[in-house]
Design a binder for this molecule. Structure first.
Ligand code: HEM
Ligand code: HEM
Length: 175
């Protein structure tokens, strides 16, 4: 992974498209958790899974691109800011990869398919791995309901601080 001075235009597009997609995925996930009936739960989960197919593709592209391009080195004026951004940015990307892998894996390990809006289905029969079905679900649901949102809240406050500080001085790496 190389080091660069600031984020590229493609990075900024990747950032905001992912932000939009992930916030929608979280909202759908929370709606599944709070569904008032099985029918509503199934319907919302169907949208979560269908959109999840595209989120999978985008997250893979975005992480590979970040790997290729590297993170900028000068991302904060203080050591604490640089260190916390270093950890939180990488943690968000790792968590997103875990989410887009455990989501489909949960389905395939009980012999279900990823049905994309009824247009097409992706079926990978992994029932032989049924031993990881429950742990996969646990990781996906708990990371989705608690860990990803906590990281995003930290990130949000970090970004506010970043903008507040860069309002007072020249920003090295605005998104
Ligand atoms: C209101 C919402 C958001 C704001 C204002 C915001 C702002 C920013 C800023 C300013 C940076 C660059 C930080 C720097 O220069 O060091 C950044 C980086 C980053 N943000 Fe956000 N962000 C938001 C939402 C999100 C969401 C929802 C996600 C995840 C789904 C996300 C994931 C990332 C990641 C992984 C980076 C590291 C660089 C990269 O790979 O793109 N952000 N964000
Ligand atoms: C950024 C990506 C994702 C996030 C943030 C996310 C978030 C969530 C959340 C919060 C839940 C909990 C709902 C509940 O309480 O039951 C959930 C459930 C679920 N998600 Fe995702 N998800 C993501 C990607 C995916 C993908 C790519 C798929 C499959 C293509 C998927 C499939 C599922 C399934 C099948 C469940 C239900 C699990 C169960 O029945 O317990 N998710 N997701």
């Amino acid at each position: 992974m190389s080091e660069r001075a600031r984020y590229s235009g493609i990075s900024a597009i990747n950032h905001w498209v992912t932000a939009l997609l992930v916030v929608v995925m979280l909202a759908l996930g929370y709606a599944v958790a709070a569904a008032p009936s099985d029918a509503v739960e199934d319907y919302v989960l169907g949208i979560h899974i269908s959109l999840g197919f595209f989120v999978f593709l985008f997250v893979v592209w975005r992480v590979l691109f970040r790997w290729y391009e590297g993170f900028p080195s000068n991302i904060g004026p203080t050591a604490v800011e640089r260190w916390s951004a270093y950890i939180v940015h990488r943690a968000i990307l790792v968590l997103l990869v875990i989410q887009v892998i455990t989501g489909p894996l949960y389905l395939w390990t009980e012999n279900e398919c990823v049905d994309v809006f009824g247009w097409f289905k992706i079926c990978i029969p992994l029932e032989s791995l049924s031993v990881i079905h429950e742990p996969t679900e646990w990781v996906h649901v708990n990371f989705g309901l608690y860990v990803v949102p906590i990281l995003l809240v930290l990130h949000f406050f970090g970004a506010i601080r970043h903008y507040a500080i860069s309002g007072k001085r020249e920003a090295p790496s605005d998104m």
